[in-house]
Design a protein around this ligand. Structure first.
Ligand code: PMP
Length: 393
């Protein structure tokens, strides 16, 4: 059995989510908009789930729109914001997920689009934010809560205060935060919040968008009355019920395990830095998610590391899952000022609630063995001790 260390890409279904999904597919599969009793029961279950999520986030049920996940939420929001403020500018951080970044590029012409720089640890620079907001014309800001690649947490409280002092609307993509860290004031401080079930033990293809208020002007998808006429399409009741079951589970597991796993992660980092001298932890000086580490290896391309670790039974990532099939460099690392050769040597390790201390230890040993193997004369001969050649990028 492989040991899974790619939870920021997706998580396995947790037991309670699986049960909720199966139960709902047996008993709550009707279209919640239909008029007979069984459909009404599905609709009640859907709205109960909405109420539970609203309580969890600290908002009104009418502010929750269920959808197919964070990509949809981010994309729809960007499309709507461009329409809502036809003259206004948008400012997004340089480390946003492609599902924010690419729709922003699509819907906002370059002269209406500003990039918020981050420091070398990957935190949005508040001084730069002040400058950009002070320049006028910005109506909408988007900064993720926690970075999928580095795990670095963003100062959303400070960002929200600065935006709101000037009447500017703030969106946070909280896909990697929700379920892993207490939600705190996140959903009340940020006007729009996107989240995704499969990052915290729920099913894929299910998520939500929290909008600014019950009377918000937000209009997403047309074509039906569902989700307060803001997001048309038959709701996936079993997936929503499974998402809520997963959130309850993840919240409990996070409280129970986060500290332990964070300490084990830190120990693992120390170990790798010892057995593979020259390893650097990207974003390692900033507050981070307890489950994530992004390692910049001193030698050998990440795909080579990944393949060998996989053979040894450890599943890690080269960065974000979404860009791992993509030859281009990570825009997140570029924004952090990481050079191209280093970008080709980063490995992301992201744990989950079931990750045990011995899994971290075994992974550390696998790193040591892999490095010894690749660095041996035979290993170097067989391949690519040429990772640092920027022409290969
Ligand atoms: N935002 C972030 C920060 C993510 O990590 C991801 C998933 N990689 C997404 C958005 C997209 O989420 P989904 O898979 O639900 O579309």
């Amino acid at each position: 059995m492989a040991v899974y260390f790619d939870h920021n890409a997706t998580t396995p279904l947790c037991p309670s989510a699986r049960e909720a999904w199966l139960d709902a597919n047996n008993a709550r599969w009707h279209n919640p908009s239909s008029l007979y009793r069984s459909a009404g029961e599905a609709n009640i279950a859907l709205n109960d789930a909405r109420g539970v999520l609203a309580d969890y986030l600290g908002c009104e049920a009418e502010q929750i729109l269920f959808n197919s996940g964070a990509t949809e939420g981010n994309h729809s929001l960007m499309a709507w914001a461009a329409e809502r403020w036809p003259e206004g500018k948008i400012a997004i951080s340089g480390i946003e997920h492609p599902s924010v970044r690419e729709p922003a590029q699509r819907y906002f012409p370059a002269e209406r689009r500003l990039e918020l720089p981050v420091d070398e640890e990957g935190r949005v620079r508040l001084d730069a934010l002040d400058g950009i907001l002070g320049g006028g014309g910005v109506r909408f800001v988007s900064v993720m809560a926690a970075c999928n690649e580095t795990g670095v947490l963003q100062p959303w409280k400070e960002i929200a205060a600065r935006c709101h002092a000037q009447g500017i609307v703030l969106h946070t993509d909280a896909t990697q935060w929700i379920g892993k860290l207490p939600v705190g004031g996140l959903a009340s401080d940020c006007d729009y919040v996107t989240g995704s079930a499969h990052k915290f033990g729920g099913p894929k293809g299910c998520g939500f968008l929290k909008i600014a208020s019950e009377n918000d002007a937000y209009a997403g998808q047309n074509g039906g009355p569902q989700e307060f006429r803001r997001r048309a399409g038959t709701q996936n009741v079993p997936a929503v019920l499974a998402m809520l079951a997963a959130l309850e589970w993840a919240d409990g597991e996070s409280r129970r395990c986060a500290e332990r796993i964070g300490l084990e992660r830190d120990q693992f980092e120390r170990e790798v830095c010892k057995v593979v001298p020259g390893t650097r932890i990207v974003g390692g000086k900033a507050p981070r998610l307890w489950n994530t580490t992004l390692l910049a290896m001193p030698d050998f391309e990440h795909v080579r590391w990944l393949t060998r670790l996989d053979r040894l039974g450890f599943q890690v990532s080269t960065g974000s899952a979404c860009s791992s099939g993509d030859a281009g460099p990570s825009h997140t690392l570029q924004a952090m000022g990481v050079d191209f050769p280093t970008m080709k040597r980063v490995l992301r390790v992201s744990a989950g609630w079931q990750t045990r201390g011995e899994d971290w230890e075994a992974l550390g040993e696998a790193f040591a063995a892999t490095f010894a193997d690749m660095a041996s004369p035979k290993g170097r001969l067989s391949g690519q001790g040429i990772a640092a050649d920027p022409r290969r990028l």
